[in-house]
Design a protein around this ligand. Structure first.
Ligand SMILES: [Mn+2]
Length: 312
């Protein structure tokens, strides 16, 4: 099986009206936006976040005029001096060939990383991250910082091992993944007691919402080993549903946007952020554009942090 050589289509509009680029032409150290609508939906499910990349890009249009302005979440303009941002468009998704979807993502990430790019993934459901993380881990040791209401440690669901509830379990099996820090778990999700026990036994550091309520973001930041490159795996259901209502299941008691700014800036001070994945946004379930605007801001924060790490 050979993956498609090109992405599905160029983005229109492009994220923050940046220049368009094929993955194989991305400039060295550029932040490369890549939309991935879906990869491995469950048989009982659907590609529920497929419209998210376009929704985030559309929301970014309102931010373009202020791109060079001071961003107080980043302590400067979005892009540092010399920073580049390009949009690689969206990968194709074939609901009838899930292995090919994963191969396409893996090949695209291998190309982006070989060029020295810093990928900003606009998903897509959580399953799109699995092949992307494989590409990162194949190149060197990484830390995964997951923000999510759920720990995603199921070995399989409906017989599918590469679906959205298995992302951290599959990541743990990659040689290059040395540390997994999981932030924001709360309520109930796909995890059964055995899944939580196996996550802990495998060394995953579960910084759940109870810990964060008691101690703030400091324990999550401190759990990230200094120096080793970090890939951020951000399921937007980590936010409280009053912040981002557009998710598959609204679980109360989540993170505020400001918590996330504190967390990610704290992590970026400790280690370079080399990849930033935003998944599980469901624009159709948003309320009055509230969450769309916030997820767009998250993507901007991710772009700014990636660009700062790439510039070092
Ligand atoms: Mn989740």
């Amino acid at each position: 099986m050979s993956p498609d050589p090109i992405p599905g289509r160029a983005a229109d509009p492009r994220f923050l009206d940046c220049e368009s680029s094929a993955p194989e032409a991305v400039p060295h150290r550029a932040v490369a936006v890549i939309g991935i609508p879906a990869a491995t939906p469950y048989r009982s499910g659907r590609a529920h976040s497929a419209s998210a990349p376009a929704a985030i890009r559309r929301a970014s249009a309102a931010q373009v005029a202020k791109l060079a302005h001071y961003d107080f979440d980043l302590g400067g303009p979005l892009l540092p001096a010399g920073g580049r941002l390009v949009d690689c468009g969206d990968l194709a998704f074939d609901p009838d060939d899930l292995p090919r979807n994963r191969a396409r993502i893996a090949a695209t990430y291998a190309t982006l990383l070989a060029r020295g790019a810093a990928p900003l993934l606009l998903g897509g459901d959580d399953s799109v991250q699995i092949p992307a993380l494989g590409a990162f881990a194949a190149r060197g040791e990484i830390t995964i910082l997951q923000v999510d209401a759920h720990i995603d440690w199921r070995d399989e669901v409906e017989g599918e091992r590469f679906g959205l509830s298995s992302t951290m379990r599959r990541a743990c099996e990659l040689d290059g993944v040395r540390t997994i820090v999981q932030v924001g778990a709360r309520g109930t999700g796909s995890a059964r007691p055995s899944d939580v026990a196996e996550a802990r036994a495998a060394g995953a550091q579960l910084i759940d919402m109870g810990i964060l309520r008691a101690k703030g973001m400091a324990p999550a930041i401190a759990a990230v080993p200094p120096g080793r490159p970090v890939v951020v795996c951000f399921d937007v259901d980590g936010f409280d549903p009053s912040v981002v209502p557009g998710v598959l299941g609204r679980t109360p008691g989540g993170l505020a946007y400001g918590d996330v700014v504190t967390l990610l800036n704290g992590v970026a001070e400790r280690a370079p952020i080399i990849g930033f994945n935003i998944v599980e946004f469901v624009p159709e379930a948003d309320i009055d554009g509230l969450g769309t605007r916030t997820v767009c801001r998250l993507a901007m924060l991710g772009a700014g942090l990636l660009a700062r790490s790439a510039a070092r």
